[in-house]
Design a protein around this ligand. Structure first.
Ligand code: BGC
Length: 371
C-alpha cells in the first residue's frame, strides 16, 4: 500500500510517481470481479460501467503495467458485445432497409457491473464509447503482444454497429444534445474504426466508414479553422482535443489540431489551472475537469510544448485529496448558482472518478514520469 499523497507537496517527480501508484491501486480495488470498471466509487449514479470511461481507464492501466486489469476490462466489453450481437444485427438490417431505429434499439452508454442493460431513464445512446473501446483494445493488444482472437467477434459487432450508426446524431461525451452530430463523437468513432482496420477486423469496411467520417468533418466540422462542438455549431468543446491525439481524425500538431487546441485553451482553460467542458456547462456548476487537463496535456506531450503538458499533470495532481483520490471536477465554476441543484439531487460530485485516475496514468506515462 503506497503512502498517502499530500496534494500540497505534489511537486517533485517522486510525488507524481506516488500518485500514479495510488491511482493503479485505487482502480484495481474498484474494479469489479467481472472486469468492469465502475465510473466512480461511492457515487450511486456512477456505479455502472461506461465503455467511454472504462476504455480510457484501461489505457491508463495498460500503460502502467497493470496488464491483467486492462485485459479483464476488455474481456468484459467483449462479453457485453457478444451478448448484444443479435440486437446489433437487427439494427444493421433496419438501417440497411432505410428505417430509422428508435433510441431503445440502440446500445446504451452504460451497463451494470455484471454487464447487463439497466432499465432506467439515463441519457443513453452515445456511440463514442464503442469507438474508444476498439481504439483502446488495439492499443493494449499491440503494447503487450496479445492475441486478437478472444475479442475478434466482439470487435466485429462494434465495427458493424459503428458503420450503421456511428455518424448519426446521438448524445455527446457529456450525455447531452441528443439531436446533434458531435465532432468529438465522430473523432472517437473514426479512431475506433481505424484501429479495427489495423487489427484486421473487417478492415475494408472499417476504413471506408472512417474515410466517410473524415470527409464529413473536413466539409462540415470546422468553424474558423477549428473543430466545432457539433455540425452546424459555432461553439467549442474541450473534448474536441482528442481529434488529434489520440484519435488521428486530424493530424496531431497540424493546423486544425492547433487551431482547436488554441480555442479550447483560450476559452475553456485557466493559465496554470484546469479545463472546463464548454462555456455554457452547468453540471455541478460547470467546474474544471482533471480528465480534460489529461487530454490537453496528452496533446502537448505529443505535439509540444512539453512544459505545458507537465504543468497540466501537476495541476491534476493538485486536485487530489489527502488520500490521493481524484475528483470529477473542481472549482472555479462557470455557473455557481446551479451547484446546489445538483448537490441536492445526488450529493457532492463524484470522487474518486476512475477516469480522472486513468487519464493521470496516461499523461504520466506519456511524459515518462512512470516507465
Ligand atoms: C459525464 C460522462 C461520463 C459519466 C460517468 C457524466 O457526468 O458527462 O462523460 O461518462 O459522467 O463518468
Amino acid at each position: 500500500m503506497a503512502e498517502p499523497v499530500n496534494p500540497l507537496s505534489v511537486a517533485g517527480d517522486a510525488d507524481l510517481r506516488r500518485l500514479a501508484e495510488v491511482s493503479v491501486e485505487l482502480i484495481a480495488r474498484a474494479q469489479d470481479p467481472s472486469g468492469a470498471y465502475p465510473a466512480a466509487v461511492g457515487f450511486a449514479p456512477y456505479g455502472f460501467s461506461w465503455f467511454r470511461d472504462g476504455a480510457f481507464v484501461a489505457e491508463g492501466m495498460s500503460r502502467a503495467g497493470a496488464v491483467e486489469s486492462a485485459t479483464a476490462f476488455h474481456e468484459w466489453c467483449a462479453r457485453v458485445l457478444t451478448r448484444e450481437a443479435a440486437a446489433v444485427s437487427s439494427l444493421v438490417s433496419q438501417v440497411a432497409a432505410g428505417s430509422q431505429p428508435s433510441d431503445v434499439d440502440l446500445l446504451p452508454a452504460r451497463y451494470t457491473l455484471a454487464g447487463d442493460r439497466h432499465d432506467d431513464d439515463w441519457w443513453n445512446y452515445q456511440v463514442d464509447g464503442y469507438g474508444t473501446w476498439l481504439w483502446a483494445l488495439r492499443s493494449h493488444l499491440t503494447r503487450w503482444g496479445l492475441p486478437l482472437a478472444p475479442y475478434a467477434s466482439a470487435a466485429e459487432v462494434a465495427v458493424r454497429y459503428l458503420v450503421a450508426v456511428g455518424a448519426r446524431p446521438c448524445r455527446d461525451w457529456w450525455e447531452e444534445h441528443r439531436d446533434h452530430t458531435h465532432v468529438s463523437t465522430l473523432a472517437s468513432v473514426h479512431g475506433g474504426l481505424r484501429a479495427a482496420a489495423m487489427l484486421g477486423v473487417l478492415p475494408a469496411t472499417a476504413d471506408m466508414a472512417a474515410d466517410r467520417i473524415a470527409d464529413l468533418v473536413q466539409r462540415e466540422g470546422l468553424h474558423d479553422g477549428a473543430l466545432r462542438k457539433w455540425l452546424g455549431s459555432t461553439a467549442a468543446d474541450a473534448s474536441l482535443v482528442v481529434a488529434g491525439v489520440p484519435f488521428g481524425l486530424v493530424p496531431p500538431g497540424g493546423p486544425v489540431d492547433r487551431a482547436t487546441v488554441a480555442r479550447v485553451t483560450s476559452e475553456l482553460s485557466t493559465p496554470g489551472g484546469g479545463v472546463h467542458r464548454y462555456v455554457s456547462d452547468t453540471f455541478y456548476g460547470g467546474g474544471q475537469w482533471p480528465i480534460l487537463a489529461g487530454f490537453l496535456g496528452w496533446h502537448h506531450a505529443v505535439a509540444g510544448p512539453r512544459d505545458q503538458a507537465v504543468a497540466l499533470l501537476r495541476w491534476i495532481a493538485s486536485t487530489a485529496d489527502s488520500s490521493g483520490s481524484l475528483p470529477e471536477q473542481v472549482p472555479p465554476l462557470l455557473a455557481p448558482d446551479v451547484l446546489a441543484e445538483w448537490t441536492e439531487r445526488w450529493g457532492p460530485s463524484a470522487q474518486p472518478l476512475l477516469w480522472s485516475h486513468g487519464m493521470y496514468l496516461v499523461l504520466a506515462s506519456e511524459l515518462g514520469v512512470i516507465p
